[in-house]
Write a protein that binds this ligand. Structure first.
Ligand code: H2B
Length: 100
């Protein structure tokens, strides 16, 4: 299980290498995706919300019709931790399962 300890730059770069759909923006990582329909996007957001509750780690979510943007940062630590990369990986799996 990932911790909420801040990762150093080398560790962040190594994690990002494993998640090519995500980009770094300062203290957060972000992925934008397009769902097949508005309702498919909403269902994907609901699945991500359940995963976030299970992980006790919550993304910022922006919904614009079919375009979804997820941003992850560990607010309590003030930056990126293993929790962010663990949830990013789970969001990738859910996105694939929802056709996004
Ligand atoms: N989500 C995110 N992204 N960052 C946090 O620091 C955080 C969270 N803290 N979800 C959690 C909940 C914390 O409030 C609980 C008490 O563990």
């Amino acid at each position: 299980m990932a911790t909420r300890d801040l990762l150093d730059e080398a560790a962040i770069a190594a994690e990002l290498d494993k998640l090519p759909s995500w980009s770094r923006d300062g203290a957060e990582i972000r992925r934008q995706m397009k769902a097949p329909s508005f309702m498919a996007g909403i269902e994907l957001v609901a699945a991500v919300a359940r995963a976030a509750e299970d992980a006790d780690h919550h993304p910022d979510i922006d919904i614009r019709w079919r375009t979804l943007t997820f941003a992850l940062s560990t607010h309590s630590a003030g930056g990126l931790t293993g929790k962010d990369f663990e949830l990013a990986q789970r969001i990738d799996e859910l996105a694939s399962a929802h056709g996004a």
